[in-house]
Design a protein. Structure first.
Length: 742
């Protein structure tokens, strides 16, 4: 039998960071993918700020969505894997990337575009005082806190902006402008000052720009101190003291750091050639001068052929060259030299909707310059929001083009042995034969006085991060045991890893199984064996053994009139990931959904049991209504009432259902509407489609006595279920089982 199989991945390119240069790489590789190349982006932040719009965002001219690229959506549409994690280091000899709280990832080629941060470590006492302008998300949050304090308790507030470059003056004027909007007349209580270590304002700009900005600062009452190099900073209660070289110290209420750029420390620790400030030295191909499999661009790079300012303008231009050279190095072709622009257009915003543009010795200013800048910036952002993506790479014909079925599809023993050796599996004492001494089957000594519970679940990947899939799938698979009041004991894994080279298969399996084992260990459940195979796509599941005391089962069939229905987690994962597959979901919506899916039902099950639950089920593939009907159909003469406005909903789920992005299981689940007594009346309710939405790692639905429900919900919310709530009640039914919406 001939079946189509996609070209397997044989090589791995990892992009660390979602900076301006990597945006171009992602876009280009999405439009013209390289067959056989697996591309993975690792980024701590999923929302990537565009530096050109940051001052406008601070001033309130743009919202977060205007000024940020949605990295998750961009990668999803481009067919590129995304891992949200903090990189802690690399090992160039082993060609591995190390991330916090997960196993290392292997690469064949690596590109680094992580930007820079203000070099606070060079100023004694600066770290922990005030806020740096980068990362911008942290700064915006801090600045809003400052404004809120000034609103609640208006008082004179001295604000120091340290740094004499473009960032310092743009931030000073943007903050002042927003303060005037937010605080009104009380904004006069805020006194802004800019402290520059240079004797010249904006030394990299021409004199016309320098005079214009100095005039703007003066007119707005922003005091400028030149030749003031901060030597140290000291905190005195709720005030800060800045000390200067050869100048009198000053005391202020807030400090904003916009000083020269500093680098991450891990590139130098990894042995990469770095300059005196820790930035990665690259040649004219944007290739590390010490490691030819590593590339770097943007602020983190130090361009050996000539010194370049740390500017987004250079990073954007370098992106196209970087994309080309990564394609060329993968193909084994000569690289193309990067040619940075000699002069570039610089546009500075002056807080209000005005700006000054300059190039070389020329400059113009006014509102029309702001409108021009706004047009340019929005045009840049739109390049990464509407993409003509093609998934057709060049055909690859090699030894991987024909893969075996049957037992020939199993993952090789050498790969499996290496992966298992790296897993930190915790075995319960009653496991006689498990992974520590494997045989053809596991052997478990039955726990005395308890019954066995057994369940199995498996599904194909809905995200392209194997580690995260392993964690979430494990929570999903253990949930049946918790729903019945049991305790998970042990599990057998069922893993499918996409076709690829031995190296990539091993890395994917290690990520997948590490995620599963981490989640199993947290829930004191032993991995005792399993089966792994190659396949067209990533998939994972578990066959789970659980135990429970005799006569302690919590089943679906013990509902009683007057009981209250409690749901522990919000609904909407099905529609959100249906939208995400098509690049139609916002990254922060998916991040929020993943956070919920990473929460085990272990604690929730314990709480509802303590508060007298008599019936329970977990909400998974059949959706809320489908699983509620299972409970009702298992109980005689019972119906249910659902309070539609009370349903907890994941952020973005109402928007994606309204747009028509529904799971492929949704049509089948929606046939249960025949048992809704008033479906026509509520069919236009925004939450109505979510009754049928299949959930992955969903919450528990429990029936409790009415006198216990308030304490139960309070306990759930105080634990790890902040969205837990009452969604309805059980009532008598003398006719057919029905669900009544209210």
């Amino acid at each position: 039998m001939d079946t189509f199989q996609p070209a397997p991945a044989t090589k791995q390119l990892i992009l660390i960071g979602g900076g301006h240069s990597h945006l171009s790489v992602i876009k280009q590789l999405g439009m013209r993918p390289i067959a056989g190349l697996q591309v993975t982006v690792i980024s701590k932040d999923i929302q990537t700020p565009y530096s050109g719009m940051v001052p406008g965002m601070i001033a309130g001219h743009y919202d977060d969505a205007d000024a940020h690229i949605d990295l998750r959506k961009l990668c999803e549409v481009s067919g590129i894997s995304l891992i949200q994690a903090s990189v802690t280091g690399i090992e160039p000899k082993l060609q591995q990337v190390f991330c916090a709280q997960r196993p290392p990832l292997s690469y064949h080629w690596l590109s680094i575009n992580i930007g820079s941060q203000p070099a606070l470590s060079n100023i004694p006492g600066a770290e922990g005082i005030g806020a740096a302008v980068k990362p911008i998300s942290t700064f915006i949050s801090h600045w809003h806190d400052v404004l809120n304090r000034c609103k609640n308790k208006p008082r004179p507030t001295a604000i120091a902006i340290v740094g004499g470059g473009a960032a310092s003056v743009e931030v000073a004027m943007a903050c002042q402008f927003q303060a005037q909007k937010e605080l009104g007349v009380n904004s006069q209580l805020l006194k802004f000052s800019v402290f520059s270590g240079s004797d010249q304002l904006l030394p990299s700009h021409n004199r016309r720009v320098q005079r214009y900005i100095a005039k703007m600062l003066s007119e707005r009452g922003i005091e400028l101190f030149l030749g003031h190099t901060v030597s140290s900073a000291v905190s005195y209660g709720d005030r800060e003291q800045l000390n200067f070289n050869g100048r009198e110290a000053i005391i202020v209420d807030e400090v904003i750091w916009a000083i020269h750029a500093g680098s991450a420390d891990w590139p130098k620790k990894a042995g990469l050639d770095c300059d005196a400030n820790g930035f990665i030295r690259v040649n004219n191909f944007l290739q590390s001068t010490s490691h030819d499999t590593i590339f770097a661009a943007g602020d983190i790079a130090s361009f050996d052929p000539q010194p370049l300012a740390k500017s987004g303008v250079y990073a954007v231009r370098a992106g196209q060259y970087l994309a080309d050279n990564l394609r060329l190095v993968v193909s084994g072709k000569p690289l193309k030299p990067y040619k940075p622009q000699k002069n570039f257009l610089s546009i500075l915003m002056t807080g209000n909707k005005q700006a000054i543009a300059s190039k070389a010795g020329f400059s113009v200013a006014g509102q029309w310059v702001w409108r021009w800048k706004d047009f340019i910036d929005r045009g840049f952002m739109n390049k990464f929001r509407v993409l003509p993506i093609s998934n057709a790479g060049d055909k690859v014909v090699d030894d991987h083009s024909m893969r075996c079925g049957g037992c020939g599809a199993k993952i090789g023993n050498s790969i499996l042995s290496r992966v298992l050796a790296k897993l930190d599996v915790v075995e319960n004492s009653d496991i006689e034969i498990g992974l520590r001494s494997p045989d053809d089957a596991a052997v478990i000594n039955p726990p005395e006085g308890r019954q066995w519970l057994q369940t199995v679940d498996y599904f194909r990947a809905f995200i392209d991060d194997p580690y995260l899939l392993g964690r979430i799938a494990t929570n999903h698979c253990l949930s049946d045991i918790y729903a019945m009041g049991g305790t998970p004991h042990s599990a057998l894994a069922i893993a499918t890893v996409p076709y690829g080279s031995e190296e990539l298969i091993e890395n994917s399996l290690l990520q997948l199984m590490s995620g599963a084992v981490d989640s199993l260990n947290e829930q004191e459940t032993s991995l005792i064996g399993g089966h792994s195979s190659e396949g067209a796509e990533l998939g994972f599941g578990l066959s789970v053994n659980g135990t429970i005391a005799k006569n302690a089962l919590l089943t679906k069939s013990n509902l009683h009139n007057g009981q209250v229905l409690v749901l522990t987690k919000p609904l909407g994962s099905g529609t959100l990931f249906a939208a995400n597959m098509r690049g139609q979901a916002r990254g922060n919506w998916i991040d929020n959904a993943l956070e919920q899916m990473l929460i085990s039902n272990r604690q929730a099950a314990s709480i509802i049991h303590q508060h007298g639950a008599t019936a329970c089920t977990d909400i998974t593939g059949f959706g809320l209504l489908g699983h509620l009907l299972e409970m009702l159909n298992a109980t005689t003469n019972c119906s249910a009432q659902i309070i539609m406005d009370k349903l907890p909903i994941l952020t973005g789920a109402a928007e994606t259902t309204k747009a028509g992005w529904l799971s492929t299981l949704h049509p089948e689940n929606s046939r249960a509407d025949q048992q809704l007594s008033n479906a026509e009346e509520f069919s236009q309710h925004p939450f109505y489609p979510l009754l049928f939405d299949p959930q992955t790692a969903g919450g528990l639905l429990a029936a409790l006595p009415s006198d216990q429900v308030d304490q139960c919900v309070a306990a759930l919310r105080a634990s790890d279920c902040p969205d837990a709530c009452v969604i309805g009640s059980i009532c008598l039914s003398k006719t057919a089982t029905q669900v009544i919406m209210q």
